[in-house]
Design a protein around this ligand. Structure first.
Ligand code: MN
Length: 751
């Protein structure tokens, strides 16, 4: 939301100036902000000050709804970010967040003045600002939230955005009343859940309460009054519990920080609504939060509590052993306190407390606070720890946040059409998937593509927020190679469909090869040509096979619908009727070489055969492997390794469908095969192995990991593209030399 009110409509910016008092107020609030920047270096503070001066200038003459100078808003947003101890870049972005949208400042100007990272953050915020969520489409809220998160390439963008929304909600009072409902609902449905998802629970509660207050002002006022009254009535009780706690913990020699805790008005309201309760029936309004020094102390403290008061059965929850999805950790228990009132207790360590209140922002809070003390133990949550691990490994901030985003939304990527329509695709989806997602006609005629204005290869994987433009040409057609990289079922099936119709032409060529091979085995050097001399022969043969034409017969053979050896035998019989004899020399040579590895009549494969030849996924043959070809029913030639168990079983059952095949001397493309790499579960091991494979020029086309188990080692299963066996051996040797790798081998097909 950018609540800009020009002081005079149409007046050039900068005039008239707000009152000196208002200017002083803004300057004073910036002074208050700098007071909070003591965690930054002097240079960083100077950078933030530069951003402030620029923003102040840019917003000059603009006023908030309250009549204050507009700059008070960016300052307040930056102050919230400073409370989370965000870095200087984020604070600068906070100060500049409305500059592009409201002041006509350009991105390139920001790059020049403040560097690309800050400009990117501001640009990200501006883009988010343009997204308007229509609250009528309630079921859209979830995907809208996801998209918003995913689009903000950098978590800092979301944090600044949440700070922005928080300040706007705090000052919603000043906005025109007719806007309250829309903005509050949007906050409740979009921004509060995002804060929750990121573990920013304090912000989450505040956003909910502020939304509730502006959506249902009367309800809110009545409830606030009731809570205040109840608080007064229970004051004695609360004090009594507090005293007893202090005594008990002191007696056990355990230090503890005790804080009273009150349910928010919104959560009381929700509970009343959902469970149809009156206010008096909502009992667990009060609670205590105990902050203790160590994890062990949480459990010891729990013991102390359970000795003091009787626990309510079924209310104990161990969120330390099993953290909530957003990283929250605590022990929860509800006890029957003095006068039979049930009171909820939460026990946690200081580290857990910071994470519980500030979630993802805890990352910066810790870095700023005590860098040396921020050990794994203290940080407490697995989630936060994993974030830090990733950063240790990569060090590159951009990559770090890419990983964080992967954690948030592992499956989806959100991209834009040139008309700003949002499309959700599975992660790893490419330009071709995008094209087919729009329309199969577009997919079928894709010839080139641009991402964010730059021409890219069609196999380029899409990233969140990409603007993708597909260029089509009427003469362009799907390429079988696309099947190697598309991720969506839709693209895959559309490409297959196209290729199937196309396959006939290719299958005819394969059929001709196969028939010629079968004829050589019968002692005939060449396939009888389609000429006058052999016309009768072909006619008789077609009558025998039931085909309409020579080309249809050859296609059928290529597709495996008809068996070449049978057709060849028939053809030989027809030729014999005419007195043509098989070539005895060729016959004996064929028989002699029939069991040799390289047979004269073998079909040669160089990888260019496309859809008429497939390489079996069970054994994934690569050049230099001894191979056999199986002519599947209607699916063309399938190539297995000689040793493949699947192939051998088929050969046993269906031997006449097997053909000799051999590799061409110079295959035209790499072939995919499977490898298993067993690794110790060390930090960043996947990245290291992937880098090794890339260095060895093996393209990774697929990777699978065994589920995380408590074991020390994991099998990483890759599908990689290699030139031949020599290349594969070199790749495996390189893998074995990689730190943390215990073993590396080619995948063995199931027997
Ligand atoms: Mn704003």
């Amino acid at each position: 939301m950018s609540a800009v009110v020009k002081s005079q409509s149409g007046a050039p910016k900068g005039t008239p100036r707000p009152s000196p008092a208002a200017l002083n107020a803004a300057a004073a609030s910036f002074a208050a902000l700098t007071d909070r920047l003591d965690y930054l270096s002097a240079e960083d503070v100077e950078q933030v000050r530069r951003a402030y001066r620029f923003a102040d200038e840019a917003h000059l003459g603009q006023l908030r709804n309250s009549g204050e100078p507009y700059i008070t808003h960016p300052i307040a947003v930056a102050a919230q970010c400073a409370e989370w101890k965000l870095d200087a870049q984020a604070l600068m972005a906070a100060l500049l967040h409305d500059a592009i949208e409201d002041c006509g400042v350009t991105k390139s100007e920001l790059i020049e003045r403040f560097g690309a990272p800050v400009a990117e953050l501001v640009d990200g915020l501006t883009k988010l600002d343009k997204l308007r969520f229509n609250t009528r489409e309630e079921n859209q809220a979830e995907s809208f939230r996801k998209m918003l998160l995913a689009m903000a390439r950098d978590v800092r963008v979301i944090l600044v955005k949440l700070a922005d929304r928080t300040h706007n909600m705090r000052t919603l009072e000043d906005a025109p009343r007719e806007k309250w409902a829309r903005i509050s609902r949007e906050t409740l449905e979009i921004y509060a859940p995002i804060a929750h998802r990121l573990g920013l629970n304090q912000t989450y509660r505040e956003l909910q309460d502020l939304s509730f207050r502006h959506l249902r002002p009367w309800r809110y006022a009545i409830l606030a009054k009731a809570v205040a009254k109840a608080r007064g009535r229970r004051r004695d009780l609360i004090q009594k519990v507090q005293q007893e706690l202090e005594i008990a913990f002191a007696g056990a020699g355990m230090s503890v920080r005790i804080a009273g805790r009150e349910k928010t008005l919104y959560s009381i309201y929700r509970k009343m609504e959902e469970k149809h309760l009156s206010f008096a029936q909502v009992t667990d309004i009060y609670g205590f939060r105990l902050i203790v020094p160590t994890v062990i102390a949480c459990y010891t403290g729990l013991g102390i509590l359970h000795q003091m008061y009787k626990p309510l059965p079924g209310k104990f929850k161990d969120h330390i052993a099993i953290a909530k999805l957003n990283g929250y950790q605590s022990l929860h228990t509800t006890l029957v306190g003095p006068a039979g009132v049930s009171v909820e207790f939460q026990l946690r360590t200081e580290a857990m407390h910071v994470v519980a209140e500030s979630g993802v922002a805890a990352h910066w809070l810790y870095k700023a606070a005590e860098p040396s003390a921020a050990t794994g133990d203290r940080l407490g949550t697995k989630w936060l720890q994993s974030l830090l691990d990733i950063q240790d490994e990569t060090r590159d901030a951009a990559e770090f946040w890419d990983h964080v985003k992967v954690d948030l939304f592992p499956d989806a990527v959100y991209v834009f059409t040139p008309k700003s329509q949002i499309l959700a695709l599975p992660r790893g989806a490419t330009v071709v998937d995008f094209a087919y997602a729009i329309h199969s006609n577009i997919g079928d005629h894709t010839s080139a593509a641009r991402i964010n204005g730059d021409q890219v290869p069609l196999r380029t994987e899409l990233k969140n927020g990409d603007v993708v433009e597909v260029i089509t040409a009427p003469v362009s057609t799907p390429n079988p190679a696309w099947l190697g990289f598309v991720r969506t079922g839709r693209a895959r099936s559309k490409i297959r469909h196209y290729l199937k119709t196309l396959a006939h032409a290719e299958s005819e060529g394969l059929g001709e090869k196969l028939l010629a091979q079968a004829l050589r085995a019968e002692g005939l050097g060449n396939l009888p040509e389609d000429n006058e001399e052999h016309q009768q022969i072909w006619e008789k043969l077609l009558r025998f096979t039931g085909n309409r034409s020579r080309s249809e017969l050859l296609t059928d053979i290529g597709l495996g619908k008809r068996i070449a050896t049978i057709v060849a035998k028939r053809l030989m019989a027809l030729l014999a009727e005419r007195g043509e004899k098989p070539d005895a020399l060729m016959l004996s040579r064929e028989r002699f070489t029939a069991h040799e590895a390289v047979s004269q009549g073998a079909v040669t494969l160089d990888g260019s055969e496309n859809s008429s030849v497939r390489f079996a996924l069970c054994c994934r043959p690569i050049p230099d492997d001894p191979i056999v070809g199986y002519l599947g029913h209607g699916e063309g030639l399938v190539v297995h390794t000689d040793a493949c168990g699947v192939g051998q079983r088929l050969r046993h059952k269906d031997s006449e469908r097997f053909f000799a095949v051999e590799w061409a001397d110079e295959p035209v493309r790499p072939f995919e095969t499977g490898v298993v790499i067993t690794v110790r579960n060390d930090k960043g091991v996947l990245a290291r192995v992937a880098a090794t494979l890339a260095d060895a020029e093996a393209d990774i086309t697929h990777v699978e990991m065994a589920d995380e188990t408590p074991q020390d080692s994991t099998d990483l299963r890759f599908v990689i593209a290699v030139r031949d066996r020599t290349h594969l051996e070199a790749v495996l040797r390189a893998a074995r030399r990689t730190p943390s790798v215990l073993a590396a081998a080619r995948t063995v097909p199931a027997p």
